[in-house]
Ligand binder design. Structure first.
Ligand code: F3S
Length: 76
């Protein structure tokens, strides 16, 4: 399984993740990204193959390493 979160302290609001994976990433009022499917809890797996590809593109594009991933759910 694939789970993701955005570490807000690392996000510089560059906008690339939302451009690359609009179903997976969105922004708060200050432009800081969050993982959209579960409001950045990191407990909802990315299962759809197309979304997994979109995720990989966004993950790779993020200039600050703000997007993190792991194979088990994040504990909030
Ligand atoms: Fe922030 Fe990285 Fe997205 S800097 S806006 S999490 S691509």
């Amino acid at each position: 399984m694939l789970y993701s979160q955005v570490i807000p302290e690392r996000c510089i609001a560059c906008g690339l993740c939302q451009l690359k994976a609009p179903d997976l990433f969105d922004y708060d009022q200050e432009g800081i990204a969050f993982f959209k499917p579960d409001h950045n809890q990191g407990t909802t797996p990315i299962e759809d193959p197309k979304e997994r590809i979109a995720f990989k593109t966004a993950y790779t594009a993020c200039p600050t390493g703000a997007i993190v991933r792991q194979s088990t759910p994040f504990s909030s």
